[in-house]
Ligand binder design. Structure first.
Ligand SMILES: *Cc1c(COP(=O)(O)O)cnc(C)c1O
Length: 398
C-alpha cells in the first residue's frame, strides 16, 4: 500500500484511474458527448486536476453547480478551446455577465434568470449560451412543464433579438440509482415531449441531456446527445443496487490514509474517547488515527467505521472526535507511523468509501465529498501524458 509519506494524513488521488473511468464511461455511451461533473471540488477530489484529467481522456464538456466553480475552471486554464463549461445553480444577481464573457453555458429554469441573462448579454455586447432546464419529475430545480411554453417562447424571442443562443435542453433524473423505478420511464417520456415542443417552435440546441452516472451506466435510452457522470467518474457506484464499480470497469480514485499517531497498551475496562462509548473488553492495544470530523470523517461512523491497520480491518472504537479517533488493535503492535487506510479501491484489503457510507448510514458520494481542506490531496499520476500540463506525478495539489 502506498501511503502518504510523512504526512499526518492524505487523500491520494489517482488521476490515471480517473482517466480510465472516463474512457470506460465513454465506451458505454459512445454516441454521446461526455460532460465531466466536477462540482463541490470534484466530489472532494480537486476540481482543476480532475477536470484536466477528464478532458485529457476525452471529455468535451465540464459541469459544475455554481457559476463561481465554473469561472474558477476557466481561470485555471480550462479555456473554451479545451472544453465547454456549463453550470446550473444560479441565484438572482449572480455573475451572469462574467459567465457570458467566460463563454459558459448558463442553465435557465425560470423567467427571472432569462431576464438577467438577456440584460447581461446586452451589457456584454455578445449573446449568452443558454440551456433551458425542465423539471420532468425530480421536483428540484428546472421549469415545471406547465411553465415550459412561456419559458421556451421567451427564450426564442431573446434568441431572435440576438441576445442568446439556446444551446441545450436538459433535465435531471430523480431515481436512476434505483434501476427499474417507475419514475425513470415517466421522466424520459416527458423529457422527449418537452424537447419536441421546443424544437417544433424553432429551438436548435447543440445538446439534449438527462443522464447522470446511474443512467449512463444502466439506461442507454437516456443518453441522448450527452451524458453527465459525476460519481462514476470517481470510480464509485451510484448505489449498491446499480452494481459494484468493478461491474462497470470503474476504479475508485481516492485513497484516504493516515499515519498512526500513537500505539499503546491499556488494561481491560478502559473507557475510550468522549463519552466512554467503548470500554476495552480486556488487555489490548489502541491505535490513534489523526483524522476526525474536522476532516470530514462522519461522526455517525463512531463505533462502526472500518480502517485497515497492520493488515487487518479494525473498527472505530468509541466516538470520532474533531481531530482524531481510536481503533482497538487487539494486542497487535504496528509501529507508530504505520499506514492506516480508511478507504481506497478495495483491492489491497482496504475498505471502500461504500463501506464507510454503510457504517455511517449515508451514501458514498457524501463520504468522499466531505473530506475537508485540512487533508492534502496528493496527486498520483502514473502514465500521464507529459505534454498537456497535467499536475506532476505525486505533486501535492490545492
Ligand atoms: C451532480 C449532478 C450530476 C452528476 O450526478 P452523479 O449521480 O454524480 O453522476 C449530473 N447532473 C446534475 C444536474 C447534477 O447536479
Amino acid at each position: 500500500m502506498s501511503g502518504s509519506g510523512s504526512l499526518r494524513a492524505g487523500a491520494l488521488i489517482d488521476l490515471g484511474a480517473l482517466r480510465g473511468n472516463v474512457r470506460a464511461l465513454r465506451a458505454r455511451a459512445s454516441g454521446a458527448a461526455f460532460m465531466a461533473v466536477v462540482k463541490a471540488d470534484a466530489y472532494g477530489h480537486g476540481a482543476l486536476a480532475c477536470a484536466r484529467a477528464a478532458v485529457d481522456a476525452g471529455a468535451t464538456w465540464v459541469g459544475t453547480a455554481t457559476p463561481e466553480e465554473a469561472l474558477a475552471l476557466r481561470a485555471g486554464g480550462i479555456g473554451p478551446d479545451r472544453a465547454r463549461v456549463m453550470c446550473w445553480l444560479w441565484t438572482p444577481g449572480g455573475p451572469f455577465r462574467e459567465g457570458i464573457e467566460a463563454d459558459l453555458d448558463i442553465s435557465v429554469s425560470g423567467l427571472w434568470a432569462l431576464r438577467e441573462v438577456a440584460d447581461a448579454a446586452r451589457a456584454a455586447g455578445r449573446p449568452a449560451k443558454v440551456q433551458l432546464k425542465a423539471d420532468t419529475g425530480l421536483g428540484r430545480n428546472g421549469c415545471q412543464p406547465a411553465d415550459w411554453p412561456e419559458l421556451v417562447t421567451e427564450a426564442l424571442r431573446a434568441e431572435s433579438a440576438g441576445l442568446l443562443r439556446i444551446t441545450g435542453l436538459w433535465s435531471h433524473l430523480a431515481c436512476a440509482d434505483e434501476p427499474g423505478h417507475d419514475s425513470i420511464d415517466a421522466q424520459l417520456t416527458l423529457f422527449r415531449e418537452l424537447v419536441a415542443y421546443a424544437e417544433e417552435r424553432g429551438a436548435r440546441p447543440d445538446v439534449r441531456h438527462i443522464a447522470n452516472s446511474p443512467a449512463t451506466l444502466t439506461r442507454p435510452d437516456a443518453h441522448f446527445d450527452l451524458v453527465r457522470p459525476g460519481i462514476a467518474m470517481y470510480g464509485i457506484s451510484p448505489s449498491p443496487e446499480c452494481g459494484t464499480p468493478a461491474d462497470f470497469g470503474l476504479r475508485p480514485v481516492m485513497t484516504l490514509t493516515a499515519s498512526l499517531a500513537l500505539v499503546k497498551h491499556v488494561p481491560g475496562g478502559h473507557g475510550v474517547s468522549y463519552g466512554h462509548r467503548y470500554v476495552t473488553p480486556g488487555d489490548t492495544t489502541l491505535g490513534l488515527i489523526p483524522l476526525g470530523y474536522g476532516d470530514g470523517i462522519p461522526r455517525h461512523a463512531s463505533g462502526t467505521g472500518p480502517v485497515l491497520v497492520g493488515g487487518k480491518w479494525r473498527t472505530v472504537a468509541g466516538r470520532i472526535a474533531m481531530d482524531q479517533f481510536v481503533v482497538d488493535l487487539g494486542g497487535d503492535e504496528p509501529p507508530v507511523g504505520a499506514d492506516a487506510v480508511l478507504f481506497g479501491p478495495g483491492d489491497r484489503g482496504e475498505p471502500t468509501a461504500e463501506d464507510w457510507a454503510q457504517a455511517a448510514g449515508t451514501i458514498a458520494y457524501e463520504i468522499v465529498t466531505r473530506i475537508g481542506s485540512r487533508v492534502p490531496r496528493v496527486y498520483v499520476d502514473e502514465g500521464a501524458p507529459t505534454d498537456v500540463g497535467a499536475p506532476g506525478a505525486k505533486g501535492s495539489g490545492r
